[in-house]
Ligand binder design. Sequence first.
Ligand SMILES: NC(=O)c1ccc[n+]([C@@H]2O[C@H](COP(=O)([O-])OP(=O)(O)OC[C@H]3O[C@@H](n4cnc5c(N)ncnc54)[C@H](O)[C@@H]3O)[C@@H](O)[C@H]2O)c1
Length: 324
Amino acid sequence: MQFEKILVIGLGQLGLPAAKYVKEKGFEVYGFDASLEAVNRAESIGGIERAHDFRDYDAYIICISTHSPDDMFSPQTEGILSIADRISKEAKRDGALVSIESTIPRGTSQKVFEILRHRLHVVHAPHRWYALEEKEHGVNQLRVIGGVCDCCLGVGMQFYDKETIEDNNNHNYSNNNTFSTIHTNSATLEPSLNTKMVTYKKSLEIPMHPVSRIVIAETTKIVENAHRYLQIAFAEELYLYSQANNISFPELRDALNTKWNVNILEPREGIGGHCLPKDTRMFLESSNSIRSRILTAAMEVDHNYRAFRAGLNHRLHVEEDHND
Ligand SMILES: NC(=O)c1ccc[n+]([C@@H]2O[C@H](COP(=O)([O-])OP(=O)(O)OC[C@H]3O[C@@H](n4cnc5c(N)ncnc54)[C@H](O)[C@@H]3O)[C@@H](O)[C@H]2O)c1
């Protein structure tokens, strides 16, 4: 599969840098967004051409928001499913790639795949993009990727990965430092007769970590953020503990962090942004039988910490007013 013409859908905080990166890599990039403002911004800042339809593309990268418009902490996938429906109706190129880069609840990729009826390949390659450290943690950093089928993953790896190797069935892949390889007979581990030189195709050259099932890719992303949520909640609890017991939290934290395997975070204003609370909720709601008790407690801690900070700020304001 040769990739040339790419459509990035969703040109917000994540989609715009993603589109710019794809363009820098030499692809022909178009952008689409429900917001005209986002499309205009992408055109003026990133030189991303606006798409008028979803017809002629080799790859569709979905970066739209996945929260409810009324509540940024509530996960919502209707947007992704309606995009999939539109791609299914308009896409002309069979075998093109649909990559979901937005954060999604477990099972969403399978729904997209069913809408597309496998006429196009579906992968999930969630982002680890971090606005404050875009150089180190931008678009091009180690990422996890899963495919709904092996062939989807093979095509996804071809598009994304730094170095991808195809086998004779066209659906194996691995990260490797060579651009050509000799295949072995899997039963005997002897070099097989139908050895095949593999050519290196144009790709995004992002180091990818492929996983065997798409649910692993979906779960990885939301657990990463749930893990971060827990770490911050622990710092918040330690802060409240310090306040209640007349201990200096900054001094305690500095002392703790001198140990090689301890890293207590700063609780700051509480667990902010929309990604950590939304994705933690996605994870909490993703299991039918087991609901994480530790995360439920962490949410309670964050609530208490925020209430404490609000009370503290309120008291400070009252004191300032008295001193005026
Ligand atoms: N921003 C980050 O740091 C970050 C990091 C990792 C993952 N993510 C995930 O990436 C996704 C996008 O996040 P973001 O921060 O870029 O959000 P954002 O709100 O900045 O941008 C989302 C864009 O999608 C557009 N959009 C929403 N629904 C649409 C639809 N149905 N059709 C077309 N366009 C639509 C919006 O107009 C907006 O421009 C989310 O799932 C988020 O959780 C974000």
